[in-house]
Design a protein around this ligand. Structure first.
Ligand code: HEM
Length: 458
């Protein structure tokens, strides 16, 4: 739809094809160049993906994140991008009232005090992972990080199922994630060519059908049995029996979509951030020493518990600094203009995509005194508030799993520091695209030099 006087922020002075290629290969350098050229807000013309307005200023982001969903919608873009793979009836893909209702149902279970109940689970799974890793032989930490965060979610959602069944669900989803959700056609829609089960994309769709069928069985069991009688108290059972504000329960189909969306949104992101965080620690020995000293002082060498977490400000600063120093994606929070949207001197027409340009936010010298240096001091003794600091997006769409993710990262990093002596086994580590995200090349190979047994929890 054409809008009278519509105007877009300037774009980099390179042709759209070059913008697109650079965006796919190395969006971080493209963003740095465009920010130098045009400042806090600029457009990108991405072939096959449309016009994207990238916003890298707290003042403008406040407007973006507080715009109502009939002006800037999120669910509709998420659904377009991933709904066909993950299922469209999930918080991630809904808008307006349907989104609010769903968010109210799920959010409390993944945030606030609720996540304290999962600390021990995360620690135990981290210890099991360390015990499994080979000694003295290089392995890719990234896939271990993905597996660990996926395991956490499978345990949390399906904890009431038999261990063998949980293992099967884990492996199935892992295969779906590796072969489907991390494949290039996820980022480039025009590569999705289904030529049946013998074509690469056809096989991905077949895998998707299998995942949905097997997960649906588990969900159906929980949905049809009364909560008190089935002996299953996992999160999925709780959600299956929760009432929305209109009094109704989620349908089995909605529960299936929500589950698959949570598994995707929750495991990939957390695993990527974890790996970059370990990379930062392995390349900054002084930060690591200080972190270990804090852990020793607070835990006395014992396994980390929920009550330790608020006493570990340096650990929190290390995790926030990792999120800042190595953004896992070029955008954090994407909206589509539904009605003409005024942003400073520009009037964005319907159909335009507006995104938080998170890498530009992370490199702002007015927010971070040495933006190009990894330094947890950036977050010590100060609390940056949204819209200055939004690694989890913003406004009504802020990440549903933020509390869980932050807790997981703290517990896993603390356990690694206490129990595992890792070293990098790769000379050059750089970000490479993995569908929607940027991860360390070669999965970041590390060597476990030694492990330490833990003392009992007190
Ligand atoms: C470090 C890890 C994570 C990062 C960096 C991250 C980041 C984000 C971002 C940037 C958004 C978009 C927000 C927006 O549109 O404004 C988002 C949305 C979302 N995230 Fe996360 N996330 C992480 C972990 C998780 C976990 C563990 C879960 C769940 C188990 C989760 C579930 C979701 C869901 C369901 C949404 C959609 C929310 C909505 O549209 O209302 N995420 N996340």
């Amino acid at each position: 739809m054409a809008t009278a006087n519509a105007s877009l922020p300037p774009q980099p002075s390179i042709p759209p094809i070059v913008q697109t290629l650079r965006f796919m290969r190395d969006p971080f350098s493209l963003i740095a160049d465009a920010t130098r050229e045009h400042g806090d807000v600029f457009s990108l013309r991405l072939l096959g993906l449309g016009t994207w307005v990238m916003v890298g200023s707290p003042r403008l982001l406040k407007r973006v994140f507080t715009a109502p969903p009939d002006v800037l919608a999120a669910g509709v873009v998420n659904r377009q991008q991933l709904g066909f793979m993950l299922g469209g009836d999930a918080t991630f893909c809904l808008d307006a009232e349907a989104h609010r209702q769903r968010q109210r149902l799920v959010f409390p279970h993944l945030n606030g005090r609720s996540v304290d109940a999962y600390v021990e689970l995360v620690r135990r799974l981290s210890e099991d992972a360390i015990a499994r890793w080979p000694l003295g032989r290089p392995f890719a930490l990234l896939s271990e990080g993905h597996r660990l965060s996926l395991q956490v979610l499978i345990e949390l959602l399906f904890g009431g199922s038999e261990p063998e069944r949980r293992r099967r669900l884990l492996l199935l989803f892992e295969r779906f994630a590796t072969r489907g959700l991390r494949s290039l056609p996820i980022a480039l829609p025009w590569l999705r060519i289904d030529l049946g089960r013998f074509s690469p994309w056809g096989r991905v769709l077949e895998l998707r059908r299998t995942v949905r069928r097997e997960f649906a069985e588990e969900i159906g069991r929980r949905w049809h049995q009364p909560l008190s009688d089935d002996g299953v108290g996992d999160l999925l059972s709780v959600l299956a029996h929760s009432r929305q504000t209109d009094g109704g329960r989620l349908s089995e189909e909605a529960l299936l979509d929500e589950t698959i969306n949570l598994l995707f949104a929750g495991h990939e992101t957390t695993g990527n951030v974890l790996t970059w965080c370990v990379h930062a620690l392995l390349t900054h020995p002084e930060v690591r020493r200080r972190l270990r000293a804090e852990l020793e002082e607070v835990t006395g060498g014992r396994p980390v518990t929920a009550s330790h977490l608020p006493q570990l400000p340096y650990l929190e600063a290390v995790i926030h600094e990792s999120l800042r120093f190595r953004p896992i994606a070029p955008m954090a929070g994407i909206r589509r203009v539904e009605r003409p949207f005024a942003l400073d001197d520009y009037l964005l027409p319907p159909g335009t995509i507006v995104a938080q340009c998170f890498p530009a936010m992370c490199r702002r010298a007015d927010l971070f005194h040495h933006p190009d240096r990894f330094d947890p001091e950036h977050f010590l003794g100060r609390k940056l508030k949204p819209p200055e600091w939004n690694p989890f997006g913003g406004g009504a769409r802020t990440c549903l799993g933020r509390g869980l993710a932050e807790m997981e990262l703290k517990v896993i990093v603390a356990t690694l520091e206490q129990r595992a002596q890792l070293r990098l086994a790769q000379r050059r580590v750089r970000p490479v695209r993995s569908a929607l995200f940027f991860t360390p090349n070669r999965g970041m190979r590390v060597v476990l030099e030694s492990r330490r047994e833990g003392a009992a929890v007190q």
